[in-house]
Design a binder for this molecule. Structure first.
Ligand code: PEP
Ligand code: MG
Length: 770
């Protein structure tokens, strides 16, 4: 490099690939040699210094929390293992602290410059240094210095960065650093942190962080065959693009709202020529495909950190996601944490999850979930609720605030998660857990107590279920029956469409376990946020603009006659000799109910012909989820045995607010006069008919909301199992006449804060509502 070149001159030297490659070839030999680690480092500084025409090249490594000079060419030998700098101290400390390179023509002019006489560095003017990074944290720094005041060129910095990456492997393999140190020096990843979010499923859980999408460990950094590595990246890009196209076509990810924005960004990055080119350049410099992806990612991280813009930071998360996906593809480590097997007491950390993804996890080990997104009625949250797993959602940037294995105290009751808790916090948490368990024991004691209100009204408290594992909860909670059995859950956990005999077996087992208690089977409700990967094309809500209002539930089932017929047969056979309660989801017009019932009648005729045992009684019902149906109850009600209000869907349609969109998660209140007035009208419309009216959405499982529903005259609720006890307790404290009178008044002249009014009402009467 000619010393006369002016500062900031355009790069004229070799390409970054060639500069780095020359060094890497040398390093390859050093790494393969039988020398001890110190000798290898001494050798490395010689090679780099020479290749970059630098009088000085030094390696600082983190030891006992300090950056220690481990090897140098050009500085005084006596300074080795003597010069030590704290993180943030001097130029080297600044590089490590910010995980960012420095490139200075005049080192002494930098505000953080610190002179250490033992090094003898006063002769050198120019300075460049890059962090040595491991698992995104600086574990050291690699620096070069030159007598002449000149900035190092981009080419040289890139070469240094590539070398730093190889060094990080060498260092880790030789156990030269204590990796814990690196984390302890990162404020985001060390010490106690409290993360706030939105409680999606209440409860407390103590466990250890497991990333749903685990980070990939890079096993080989230096490539043996560059052409082969190029090919691997090329194929991985292809596959990644294909995956993103598929995700775009899957209802689970939606086509609007936040997911759509994420997907748009994914697409933008996936097709970004610049990104692919930089990865290829890194491969040309001698790295493996994995190392090249990581190397480019490190560089992007550094650049992004310099830009203080929250929007860009969000996009950075997207790029991280994508780079991680590319790494998974290229390394063949494709699975999520579920596929790898969970550790005991897992707190799962994810951006978002689909219901099927959550169901893949081992229930006994999964204790809690912390997500960046999520909303109260998205199906993944409903599934978690059914599993009894607390969920904290809307925790911004959660994946950057902890590392795999960190201890977490998840307190969804208080809307917080404490990461790496102090002993004091842990003690307080344990005390709360104990109180919680005592409260649970109190609810359990109500198991055999019938929920009569103070004025003697019997409220029917049933539970929602969907999987075989849910059924024991019927006995444990003392629920009056299963008011909603979501049959599609069996479809969600299967790799292919469940065969009829498998369906029959499940339904029969459910009925056997329930004994005398009624079970209401809802026919498959797929589509919307419950997409089945094996139902593609127009049979799934693939290309829809708005899947929640699209080709889903009964609409899809009626079109796929085979699916509906098989399920009807399975239900009829399973309920042979007993009562079958069957309910159709998303009925929008009365004829859809008739058409669905006709499928059952056709199967009844078929079974009769074959002299099969039929159910003793068949009761048909519909879900009221689409507001239009409320206008047609005079037509529909005479045909029904029961009607169940699905408040999750109903409220999203009433407010035109996507139930899966996290941005809308807190916008509208179930306790709004609009919703309550609507429901009151449904209660009134059904009064002339002998139709059981139930509420089976998530709303009914929350005590304050349930209180309002009782006030509207609703006497049957089907809720998540964990709410059965708390609800029984509530019912026993309420006088239904009193709450009805209060509701009537509040709805006649709506108060601005109905929730507040209800809370005050409950508290005045000593009723626990939370
Ligand atoms: C509802 O919509 O309220 C309901 C109970 O059904 P799901 O949540 O399964 O859509
Ligand atoms: Mg629904």
């Amino acid at each position: 490099m000619p010393a006369s070149q002016p500062p900031n001159a355009p790069p004229t030297g070799p390409s970054p690939a060639i500069a780095a490659r020359t060094i890497l070839t040398g390093l390859h030999e050093v790494m393969a040699s039988r020398h001890n680690a110190q000798a290898k480092l001494n050798h490395v500084v010689e090679i780099i210094g020479e290749s970059l025409d630098s009088e000085v090249c030094s390696i600082y490594l983190l030891r006992e929390g300090m950056l220690e000079l481990f090897a140098t060419r050009g500085l005084n030998e006596e300074a080795v293992h003597v010069t030590r700098l704290a993180i943030g101290e001097g130029l080297v400390g600044t590089i490590a602290k910010n995980v960012e390179m420095l490139n200075l023509a005049e080192a002494a002019a930098h505000p953080d410059f610190l002179y250490r006489p033992e090094t003898g560095e006063e002769r050198f003017h120019s300075f460049a240094g890059v962090p040595i990074v491991r698992k995104e944290r600086a574990v050291g720094a690699l620096t070069v210095q030159h007598v002449d005041p000149r900035r190092y060129e981009e080419v040289e910095i890139e070469a240094l960065q590539t070398v730093a990456m190889v060094l990080s492997e060498l260092i880790a393999n030789a156990d030269l650093i204590d990796e814990q140190d690196a984390f302890l020096t990162n404020p985001q990843l060390s010490g106690q942190q409290q993360l706030k979010g939105l409680p999606l499923v209440k409860g407390l859980a103590r466990g250890f962080a497991v990333f749903h999408q685990p980070r990939i460990s890079i096993e080989q950094v230096v490539a043996e065959d560059t052409e082969a590595e190029r090919q691997r990246v090329y194929l991985a890009f292809d596959k990644m693009r294909e995956q993103i196209e598929t995700m775009t076509n899957q209802a689970e990810f939606g086509v609007d709202g936040e997911h759509a924005e994420v997907l748009k960004t994914y697409k933008m990055f996936a097709y970004d020529e610049g990104w692919a080119r930089r990865i290829n350049e890194a491969i040309d410099s001698g790295l493996t495909a994995e190392a090249a992806i990581e190397r480019v990612q490190q560089r992007t991280r550094m650049r992004m950190r310099q830009i203080d813009d929250p929007l860009l930071a969000d996009r950075m998360h997207d790029l991280e996601d994508l780079a991680n996906r590319l790494l998974r593809i290229v390394s063949g480590q494709i699975g999520t944490a579920a596929a790898l097997g969970l550790r005991q007491d897992t707190i799962l950390i994810a951006r978002n999850l689909g219901p099927a993804e959550l169901l893949e996890y081992d229930r006994r080990r999964l204790k809690g979930v912390v997500m960046e997104e999520g909303s109260l009625t998205s199906h993944v949250v409903i599934v978690a609720r059914a599993m009894g797993v607390p969920v904290l959602g809307r925790v911004h940037g959660v994946r950057g605030m902890m590392r795999e294995g960190d201890e977490i105290l998840l307190d969804a009751d208080q809307a917080v998660a404490n990461v790496r808790p102090t002993p004091v916090l842990t003690e307080a948490f344990e005390a709360r857990s104990l109180r919680n368990r005592e409260r649970q024991a109190g609810y359990a004691a109500l198991r055999d107590v019938e929920p009569f209100s103070r004025d003697g009204e019997r409220i029917t408290v049933m539970m929602n279920a969907g999987l075989r594992d849910d059924i024991p909860m019927l006995g444990m909670t003392g629920a009056d029956g299963i008011g909603l059995f979501r049959t599609e859950f069996q479809f969600l956990v299967s790799a292919a469409l469940p065969q009829r005999d498998r369906q029959t077996r499940l339904y029969r087992d459910v009925l056997d376990t329930a004994g005398q208690k009624p079970v209401i089977f809802r026919t498959v409700d797929v589509g919307g946020d419950k997409s089945l990967p094996y139902l593609r094309g127009d049979e799934n809500s693939g290309d829809e603009e708005n899947p929640a209002m699209g080709w889903r539930a009964l609409r899809l089932a009626l079109a796929r006659e085979g699916l509906m017929k098989a399920q009807a047969r399975a239900l009829l056979e399973a309920a042979g000799g007993r009562t079958l309660n069957v309910m159709f989801p998303m009925v929008s017009e009365p004829w859809e109910f008739d058409a669905a019932k006709a499928v059952f009648e056709q199967q009844i005729a078929f079974l009769k012909d074959r002299r099969k045992t039929l159910p003793e009684q068949i009761r048909y019902g519909a879900m009221l989820e689409v507001p239009a149906l409320a206008e047609m109850l005079d037509v529909l009600a005479p045909k029904l045995s029961f009607l169940s209000i699905g408040t999750n869907d109903l409220t999203q349609f009433l407010f035109a607010a996507d139930r899966s969109n996290p941005r809308l998660a807190e916008r509208y209140d179930w306790l709004s006069p609009a919703i309550l007035r609507f429901m009151r009208r449904v209660v009134q419309s059904l009064a002339p008919y002998r139709v059981d009216l139930t509420v089976c959405g998530e709303m009914g499982g929350r005590r304050l909301e349930a209180l309002a529903l009782i006030g509207l005259g609703i006497r049957r609720l089907s809720i998540t199992p964990a709410s059965v006890g708390p609800l029984k307790e509530l019912v026993r404290k309420v006088d239904t006449r009193e709450i009805s009178a209060a509701m009537e008044q509040w709805l006649a002249e709506p108060v601005t804060d109905l929730r507040g009014a209800l809370i005050a009402w409950a508290e005045e009467r000593g009723i626990d509502w939370d």
